[in-house]
Design a protein around this ligand. Structure first.
Ligand code: BES
Ligand code: MN
Ligand code: ZN
Length: 496
């Protein structure tokens, strides 16, 4: 993993140095100082007159010079620049350094270049982007090199600043670590990460001041979480629930974050086809995002009272598995006909949502779940589906998403869709009408378990994992949701 630091130092005369230049040809002070022979301007010239934001030119320097390589990173016009753009610039620098197989480099201060934000803010954003982009899940691939793409992990990256900048780094470090932790959890295979081991890992949150309570199968039985238990009843790994609480302020009622943690979703008796089934190890990404958000909030000592609850189960076919046609009585008392055992996330969340609402009377509830393949049909991998019974909560979530680059798109939840989940034998059934409005059917099902409480459901099936490199994440687990929830809290739930 890359070690990122910020130092109040002058630009070194050796090694690999990155300087910033504006798309309009303006140079940072450090770039101007190095431009004695016109080398920076010449580098910009290599961009065919298109020095767009985020482009990075890399020049190997002739032997004999102490400076080994010079990179020029282009920043766009100050008017339109958001912190998000500076994160992407930091990430683009890492991407180029990896392609150059550089192990250690220095990014000179952007001072002197108008970025429309302070030096501190710009460096913090670049450092965050760099750290997120440099993340790799390498646990089972010892050896430094990634043969697949010929890139080499960067070991050390130092951002130079004109003044003390440790504060900027501290602000982003906790967040970057929380996202990395979530990505680790999402990436772990299901033979390593199963309900009990996931719950144990969450206990480490007590080190940052989060209270952690684990409910095992006997507790869940006693509570009557029959729907959640039914999902896991075919597995050798029994279900668990983890309830986390970060009490960074005294508030009338907590915010509740709820996550789907299906550690492996085979479909159960309604078995999935084998092609691609390995992806279902990350059907716990909602739970991992909630756990990561709790870590992020605790790391920055957020002034908020927040509960994070995750439901952990493995959906497997076996002689003890639930069957299509089974009728279960959920924690809330509602009866559910299980038409398809592969629609398991909503069963698990039904009990967890009802339990959290009853036990904590939260101000608002937000759940994250890899709930439906249908949301990928609707939105692809660009945005997560947002459903809410409260316009204010929906708008704040959408805004938080825009700010951190975890985009949402609201889909409807009209009463009319409730008839899609009517059952002939029970109060509701766990699927809608085949290919019609599949994600909405899932959301409308969940809505039955939150009463009138402000609630939002985010279907992250399309965004939790990426089969391609993204600006801020190599292919694999994205950690989607951690930054979104952290920003949601900052925008609307912190005590002031
Ligand atoms: N975990 C899946 C949804 C999913 C699909 C997540 C693809 C990530 C990528 C969920 O449990 C599921 O199987 N949903 C079914 C619901 C259907 C049976 C009503 C689906 O989407 O097909
Ligand atoms: Mn499923
Ligand atoms: Zn699932």
């Amino acid at each position: 993993m890359v070690e990122i630091s910020v130092a109040e130092e002058a630009v070194p005369e050796e090694g690999v140095v990155v300087v910033l230049a504006g798309a309009d040809g303006n140079l940072s002070a450090a770039a101007a100082a190095l431009d004695g022979e016109g080398v920076v301007s010449r580098a910009l010239g290599l961009l065919d007159g298109k020095p767009r934001h985020g482009r990075v030119v890399s020049l190997p320097l002739p032997a004999g010079l102490r400076l080994r390589r010079l990179l020029v990173a282009v920043a766009g016009k100050p008017e339109g620049l958001r912190p998000r753009d500076m994160e992407e610039l930091g990430a683009a620098i890492v991407k180029q350094l990896e392609a150059d197989r550089v192990e250690e480099a220095v990014v000179a201060s952007p001072a002197g270049l108008d970025l429309g934000m302070g030096e501190d803010a710009a460096i913090a954003a670049m450092a965050l982007g760099a750290e997120l982009r440099a993340y790799r899940f390498d646990r089972y691939r010892p050896g430094e090199e990634d043969e697949e793409d010929g890139r080499k992990p960067l070991a050390r990256l130092r951002f130079l600043s004109g003044g003390p900048a440790g504060g900027a780094l501290a602000r982003v470090r906790g967040l970057a670590r929380a996202v990395a932790w979530t990505r680790d959890l999402v990436s772990e295979p299901a033979n390593v990460l199963y309900p009990e081991s996931f719950a144990r890992i969450c206990e480490s949150l007590s080190e940052v001041g989060v209270e952690v309570e684990i409910l095992g199968p006997a507790d869940l039985e006693k509570l009557g979480m029959r729907a959640l238990l039914a999902v896991g009843q075919g597995s050798a790994h029994p279900p668990h629930v983890v309830v986390m609480r970060w009490k960074g302020a005294e508030q009338d009622a907590p915010l509740a974050l709820v996550g789907k943690g299906v550690c492996f979703d085979s479909g159960g008796i309604s078995l999935k086809p084998s092609g691609g089934m390995q992806d279902m190890k990350w059907d716990m990404a909602g739970a991992a995002a909630v756990a990561g958000a709790m870590r992020a909030l605790a790391e920055r000592r957020a002034a908020v009272d927040v509960v994070g609850a995750i439901g952990l189960a493995e959906n497997m076919p076996s002689g003890t598995a639930q069957r299509p046609g089974d009728v279960i009585r959920a924690y809330s008392g509602k009866t559910i006909e299980v038409i398809n055992t592969d629609a398991e996330g909503r069963l698990l969340l039904a009990d967890l949502l009802a339990y959290v609402c009853e036990r904590f009377s939260p101000r608002a509830v937000v759940d994250l779940a890899t709930l439906t393949g249908a949301v990928i049909v609707a939105l692809g991998h660009e945005r997560a589906g947002l459903f809410a019974n409260d316009d204010g909560l929906a708008e704040t979530l959408a805004r938080a998403g825009e700010e951190v680059g975890e985009l949402l798109w609201r889909l409807p939840l009209d009463k009319a869709y409730e008839k899609h989940i009517k059952s002939d034998i029970a109060e509701i059934k766990n699927v809608g009408r085949g290919r019609e409005a599949g994600s909405i059917a899932g959301a409308v099902f969940l809505k039955q378990f939150v009463g009138a409480r402000p609630w939002a459901h985010i279907d992250i099936a399309g965004v939790a994992w990426s089969s391609r490199d993204l600006p801020l994440a190599r292919k694999g687990a994205t950690g989607f949701g951690v930054r979104l929830l952290d920003r949601l809290v900052a925008l609307a739930f912190e005590a002031r």
